[in-house]
Write a protein that binds this ligand. Structure first.
Ligand code: GLN
Ligand code: ZN
Length: 752
């Protein structure tokens, strides 16, 4: 076997802890129920535990632990704290939390195409950088005391600039020159601490880069190469494609690439990679929860290992921040399913087996490889995964299955006749406040403390009072309020076949907030109607139309851990087909308006623009399949949260929803420009009430917003509604706000 030794490492480990310890520690601290010493103690304990779990690695990531967000940590380390916080709390930690979540906090946005959110760095002409690496050094010192072979992880200067926003029009790239000395100082400081390797993350290398950005990468790494430390430049979340040559030739000691999503880059990369440079292959999927097919991976890796010798490093594709911590805690999952999964700890075990097989031959780990093979095959063949009925239904779909019978113009006449709504009809987006009482009932039912009948009665009581409130407010189109739904994805996933739920599969979304995505493991089928009973009950209480309320296929897909054994497009079609049956059941039951939420449509866009078209093609097709099989008289609504629509307008129009409600109040209706420029033909409900704020908007404010909207869209195609669902609000905020909203609509009608 080979004489060379492959090196193993990891890019980052979940910080939240197996029982969300960090979440609870943070929340206690924020509520003044604990001290900073206590928070520090818990953080140190979590790091120790994380490092112990990684102790078979040759290099352990250190410094990626964060109290809130690693991008915000980077801003603090570089002394780039927004002006408005400079004098605020004297305590550094409190200041940090102010920027993270205080009043006028930094803006939060999604980290590449993950569901993790970072605090956007702010830049202006007077931004200057001053290194303060105390917090990183503290983590390194702790690691060294605990004999951890530490490889510090830092966010690279160019990605850092690319992720930020300018507050005065300064081009962030103009700051590179003043930023690099801080990085240089940091690298020297790390070297002085005896650090051999440092991991510098530049994930923007998997995106399309304008020439000035590729140039910035060259400048940055040619400047930093003089530091007496080895740099492992890490890229992840995709393929390098046209940036491969640049990445391979930046003057660093090693390059890490995502060999799951960027598998096709590797062969060409091997041809251009300079001699002596380490190549780290991220062969274990850090973005999903499935077991790796170790034998297939070895088939692919062995020749590469021969070629690279000890220049080959192995790792997960990206930081394990995006997967849950430990599968071992899952005692309630189906035993078959458990054998198909790997969370962070299990992924490191896989990495270890791969390295052993490469270093000592597969026979050295024969029993592990055999066990892995059995699991992989059992998943491939399982009848729980493969449902011929679903495959047949997909194959038999008529080509026009996603097309309405008539055009919007023809439909609208029939719908108006049937619905008889006033001009500027008022409605809400679906959920009403999720009160303590509602949560209590749902929890009691889940824990089997109350039976199904008691639960149903309790939910019906909630629905009834929600309808009564809406009638009193004189809203035109009502909703049932979604009391029975804990979450817009989880509710449907629980009712569909092909989904499973972990108990502890938490992943950090931002700060202390975690999500537990459902696991979509098999062909999707809908055993029975999921919402009809609730909606019909609501409709039975009122003469006004009640909207059926569903989550769309694209959102169900994008907010779940999905199977990797078939293209996402096919999984999405299956979801569409199941949800389509629900749409048809609602229609048959006499429901006249059906809303299909696609809150996550836009955030599923691929990182590279060249791939947008293909994603949008199948995503929109899935929505159409789900929505468009209804009769002309049935009105389809869709809802999307804050989205820029300019660049995807043709696709939004292709959805052909009769009404789209969108979040616009914070943009002052600017988002409607895209609809106007495109001559969007159908109806629009631009949100006039910012539901993210407890503030109660007044009638004049909302009337003004609608008047603005009418400059873009003809009044007869406008609806009046809040920006999004009201579940996080209180009734005493919602009632006056909606009252004012209805009054705004009334005054608009009079002024026409
Ligand atoms: N119908 C959902 C609600 O009102 C929509 C939520 C969303 O768009 N995020 O809660
Ligand atoms: Zn929304």
């Amino acid at each position: 076997m080979t004489h060379h030794k492959v090196t193993t490492h990891n890019l980052g480990f979940p910080r939240i802890g197996p029982n969300r310890e960090l979440k609870f520690a943070l929340e206690a601290y924020w509520k003044d129920q604990s001290s900073d010493d206590e928070l520090d103690r818990i953080a140190a304990q979590l790091r120790t535990q994380n490092w112990q779990w990684q102790n078979k690695l040759d290099w352990t990531p250190v410094g990626e632990f964060s109290f809130y967000d690693h991008v915000l940590d980077t801003s603090f380390m570089l002394g780039n704290i927004p002006e408005r916080f400079r004098t605020l709390p004297k305590n550094e930690l409190d200041r940090y939390f102010q920027v993270a979540r205080g009043r006028a906090a930094g803006e939060m946005t999604k980290w590449f195409d993950t569901n993790y959110h970072y605090i956007v760095p702010e830049f202006n002409r007077s931004t200057h950088f001053a290194l303060n690496a105390t917090s990183l050094l503290k983590q390194i010192e702790q690691a060294q005391t605990e004999n951890v072979r530490a490889k510090p992880v830092i966010l690279g200067p160019v990605t850092y600039l690319a992720l930020g926003k300018s507050t005065d029009g300064v081009n962030p790239l103009d700051l590179l020159e003043s930023l690099l000395p801080a990085y240089g100082e940091l690298l020297n400081m790390l070297a002085a601490k005896g650090i051999e390797w440092v991991q510098i993350d530049e994930p923007i290398l998997v995106t399309e880069l304008a020439p000035e950005w590729t140039n910035a990468l060259s400048i940055a790494y040619h400047t930093l190469k003089s530091a007496p430390i080895k740099i492992l430049l890490a890229t992840y979340f995709g393929s390098l494609q046209e940036n491969a040559y640049l990445a391979a030739n930046l003057p660093v000691a090693g390059l890490h690439v995502d060999a799951v999503r960027g598998r096709n880059d590797i062969t060409p990369l091997l041809n251009v990679l300079p001699q002596h440079r380490v190549l780290s292959l991220g062969v274990i999927d850090g973005r999903n929860i499935w077991k790796t097919d170790l034998n297939a991976t070895l088939d692919w890796l062995e020749p590469i290992a021969l070629q690279l010798g000890n220049r080959l490093w192995l790792a997960p594709s990206c930081s394990l921040l995006h997967v849950p911590v430990d599968l071992q805690k899952e005692t309630q999952l189906d035993p078959d399913l458990v054998t198909w999964l790997a969370f962070a700890k299990q992924k490191l075990q896989e990495l270890h087996i791969l390295a052993e097989a490469l270093n000592n031959g597969r026979h050295a780990v024969a029993s592990f490889l055999h066990e892995n093979q059995t699991a992989v095959e059992s998943r491939r063949q399982s009848s729980r995964v493969n449902n011929p009925v679903v495959k047949l239904a997909l194959a038999n779909l008529a080509p026009d299955a996603g097309t309405r019978q008539s055009t919007y113009k023809e439909r609208v006449t029939k719908q108006s006749a049937r619905l008889n709504l006033p001009l500027f009809p008022t409605t809400t987006i679906g959920s009403f406040p999720q009160t303590k009482e509602i949560r209590r009932q749902r929890k009691a039912f889940r824990q089997k403390e109350i039976d199904a009948i008691t639960y149903k009665t309790a939910m019906q009581t909630e629905i009834a009072s929600c309808i009564k409130e809406q009638e009193a407010l004189e809203l035109d189109v009502l909703v049932h309020g979604e009391a029975e739904r804990n979450d817009m994805v989880e509710y449907f996933a629980e009712h569909l076949e092909g989904f499973a739920f972990s108990q502890y599969g938490w992943v950090q979304s931002y700060g202390s907030r975690c999500v537990k995505p459902p696991i979509l493991y098999g062909d999707i089928q809908r055993p029975k109607a999921m919402t009809v009973e609730w909606i019909l009950y609501a409709q039975s209480l009122t003469q006004r139309p009640v909207k059926g309320m569903l989550t769309g296929p694209v959102t169900l897909l994008n907010w779940s851990f999905v199977r990797n054994d078939q293209p996402r497009a096919i999984t999405c079609r299956q979801l569409a087909l199941a949800m389509r049956e629900e749409v048809l059941d609602l229609e048959r039951a006499g429901i006249k308006i059906i809303q299909i939420d696609e809150a996550a449509l836009r955030e599923g866009l691929p990182l590279r623009k060249t791939q947008w078209q293909s994603y949008l093609n199948w995503a929109i097709e899935a929505f159409r399949l789900c929505a468009n099989s209804v009769q002309d008289e049935t009105q389809i609504h869709t809802h999307m949260c804050y989205s820029e629509f300019n660049d995807i307008m043709p696709f939004i129009a292709q959805m052909d929803a009769d009404v789209i409600t969108i979040e616009t109040s914070r943009s002052n209706m600017k988002l409607l420009e895209a609809f106007k420029d495109f001559s969007y033909p159908n109806e629009i409900g631009p949100g006039v009430y910012d539901i993210h704020s407890p503030a109660v908007p007044d009638t004049a404010q909302m009337t003004a917003l609608m008047e603005k909207a009418a400059q873009y869209i003809p009044a007869e195609r406008l609806w009046v509604n809040p920006d999004c669902g009201l579940k996080t609000r209180q009734w005493d905020e919602v009632k006056p706000a909606l009252l004012a909203l209805v009054q705004a609509a009334q005054s608009l009608r009079q002024s026409i």
